[in-house]
Ligand binder design. Structure first.
Ligand code: GAL
Length: 671
């Protein structure tokens, strides 16, 4: 498949005409307004199963065909969804097994969505049949360009079918029950199993202390969901369609290990709903988390452009407080996705529904049916801008820096009773390390332990608590070959089953870091230790370690308590590279100063040749010998940046050495 779906930037939306089939005036208006807003693609049929198969085995696809054709005639392509994200009532009533069972062992009733059993043979049979028919009917329509498989795969089911599948999965993995006992250390509290049938998933009133069980359950849930998606994909292939497929993911959602879906995906897509203008964080803070989420999703297939499948044109209606975007934020937040490699900006939703639970969720068209609203104007403005940015199509960020984030490590840290049951903050820590690069305009991937790490010059691997097979060796080779690695406290402690290594920590990397960590301790939320490095004092929080140098140079020491004088920051030369160890929870100031120094030493490319003011960043997209830069200002006041090397504004052609960004401004440049 080509690296991009279409030669144009995509501007689109989830479109639900199935809710309006008795309103031809609305459907007609949709087309007129889409053209006015510069919409060139729609995701169609996501929750349309009842309209596609109103009775068991009775398929009514005529309306869908007319809609696809009408869109096509008006220059709008279709991403065709399979409808498995929500099932029709007749199915749930006739076949209750399709409904999900909770960890309390109570089966859900018909209602809501995303709550079907991925194991149920009946559900799989029904999904297969409708998917295959959709593929046979529309798979070769010239306007259908992509399969949007289901919607936001996620969740777990504890029904007898799933439990049986889990036991089979364990049997394949471990062969014998005793191997399970060994892997999960079940002799603890006499939880030894003597038969496969005794192994239950982590039920509400059941087993929670066996961490290996919890980890394997999450791995099984991922495997079962991958298997379900494989089945959905097979159905469209059996229906004769070879179109590319995607599934819309959810960023840092931790219910699935998304990287396991990579082999099934032709293109990565995800749904981004940041809480702009929140009272808990600045817009720049929200932007950092959103940027990290974009890069996390992009890192699933790091060499390809991806799609922003959903975002809101104004507000959501499910956040604790849902705010509309202030003027300028729609352009900025949409272009942020483009900056991180998206070839599309798409919305949930085109038109607000009249009733039910999402009627007040933001949409391009509201209940007033007007196209002269503020939101419509913002959307149309973006449409116009995207239409002029086809040069960016197919370009990708290609960073030389990475912050390692591993979903299984995340599960392990959350599930393991340790120094801070009040919250270990693994994701927050990863994002903080990422932020130190983001604010310098240095591009960054977020690979996991399975990824190829040899492509980077710099890797931060904070809180590498769990070591999945081979990671210590990979990191060793990385440093040996000249890479710069930053490790932190709470690393190299357990294997994939959460069994502690009977060795010095960080396991297998003591000689690489030149330190061994002897003890770790939690700090209370408002408790700090301090360290002085290069004449600046930095607070350390959350976790603190006592480490013993084994060859490393001590760059800084702790200041407080009995830790005073003990190493807080060390560096070790190993092979052609260097490994830093931070023995406590580092705040942004320390990471910023350390990473600025390392970025200069390593000559890590910055998107702009300048010091960036707070709240301003820039990202790079490259193809062939062209390098594009998207500069963004997340402050509500203007920014002026003196560039050491001038750059060309891609949209105006102007040569820029003083880069001015308006409040919430964004500019597309070319080096
Ligand atoms: C997404 C979902 C959409 C819509 C949206 C609302 O998670 O895929 O169908 O519900 O949230 O923000």
């Amino acid at each position: 498949m080509q690296s991009s779906l279409l030669p144009h930037m995509l501007h689109g939306c989830d479109y639900n005409p199935d809710q309006w089939l008795d309103r031809p005036d609305i459907l007609e208006e949709d087309i007129q307004y889409m053209k006015k807003a510069g919409i060139n693609c729609v995701s169609l049929g996501i929750f349309a199963w009842a309209a596609l198969e109103p009775e068991e085995g009775v398929y009514t696809f005529g309306w869908l065909g007319e809609i696809i054709e009408n869109l096509h005639q008006n220059g709008i392509v279709t991403f065709l969804a399979t409808p498995s994200g929500a099932r029709p009532v007749w199915m749930a009533k006739k076949y209750p097994e399709v409904l999900r069972t909770g960890s309390d062992l109570v089966r859900g009733e018909m209602g809501d969505r995303h709550n079907h059993c991925y194991t149920s043979p009946v559900y799989r049979e029904k999904v297969y049949a409708v998917n295959k028919k959709l593929a046979e009917t529309f798979g070769s329509h010239p306007a259908v360009k992509l399969w949007h498989l289901s919607n936001e795969y996620g969740g777990e089911c504890f029904c007898p079918l799933c439990v049986a599948a889990f036991r089979r999965w364990l049997e394949t993995k471990y062969q014998t029950v005793n191997a399970v006992n060994d892997a999960w250390w079940t002799r603890f509290w006499s939880h030894t199993y003597t038969d496969w049938s005794q192994i239950d998933p982590p039920l509400t009133r059941g087993e929670h202390c066996t961490q290996g069980l919890k980890l394997d359950w999450m791995r099984f849930v991922t495997a079962q969901t991958v298997d379900f998606m494989t089945w959905e994909k097979k159905a469209v292939r059996d229906g004769g369609s070879s179109l590319p497929v995607t599934a819309n993911f959810m960023g840092f959602y931790d219910g699935l290990n998304y990287s396991k879906f990579a082999p099934l995906l032709d293109v990565v897509s995800w749904d981004s709903y940041p809480s702009w203008h929140s009272d808990a964080e600045t817009d720049a803070g929200v932007a950092v988390h959103t940027a990290a989420s974009h890069d996390l999703m992009r890192s699933i297939l790091p060499d390809k452009p991806w799609l922003l499948m959903e975002s809101t044109p104004s507000c959501t209606n499910w956040q604790p407080v849902s705010k509309v975007k202030r003027p300028g934020m729609h352009m900025l937040s949409s272009m942020q996705a483009v900056a991180h490699g998206s070839d599309s900006v798409q919305y949930f939703q085109w038109r607000k529904s009249r009733g039910s639970c999402e009627k007040f969720h933001g949409a391009v068209v509201s209940h007033d049916r007007r196209s002269d609203t503020r939101v419509f104007g913002d959307v149309a403005g973006l449409g116009k801008r995207l239409a002029s940015l086809d040069a960016l199509i197919g370009s990708v960020p290609r960073p030389q820096a990475a912050v390692l984030y591993d979903r299984e490590n995340d599960w392990a840290i959350k599930g393991s009773a340790g120094p801070r049951n009040a919250g270990m903050g693994y994701q927050e820590t990863v994002v903080r390390h990422y932020q130190a690069l983001w604010q310098m305009g240095i591009g960054c991937d977020l690979p996991d332990m399975e990824a190829d790490l040899s492509r980077y010059a710099f890797i931060a691997a904070p809180m590498l608590y769990m070591q999945r097979a081979g990671i210590a060796e990979k990191l060793r080779r990385f440093v040996e070959n000249g890479g710069v690695l930053v490790g932190t406290c709470f690393s190299g402690l357990v294997d994939e089953n959460d069994l502690c290594f009977l060795s010095d920590a960080p396991n297998g990397l003591v000689d690489v870091f030149g330190v061994r960590a002897e003890e770790f301790s939690g700090l209370y939320d408002n408790e700090f230790n301090h360290t002085i490095w290069s004449d600046r004092c930095y607070a350390m929080s959350s976790i603190i370690e006592l480490v013993r140098p084994e060859g490393a140079s001590v760059l800084a020491a702790f200041e407080n308590d009995f830790y005073r004088g003990e190493p807080s920051l060390t560096v070790n030369h190993y092979g052609k590279g260097k490994a830093y160890y931070i023995a406590g929870g580092a705040g942004l100031p320390l990471l910023s100063d350390l990473y600025a120094q390392l970025a200069d030493e390593l000559n890590l490319p910055r998107a702009l040749d300048a010091e960036l003011p707070e709240g301003v960043t820039a990202q790079t997209r490259m193809k062939g010998d062209r390098t594009f830069v998207v500069a963004q200002n997340y402050q509500q006041y203007p920014a002026r940046i003196h560039l050491h090397t001038p750059i060309r504004d891609l949209e105006t052609g102007e040569e820029v050495s003083l880069l001015e960004l308006s409040p919430y401004g964004v500019r597309v440049l070319e080096k």
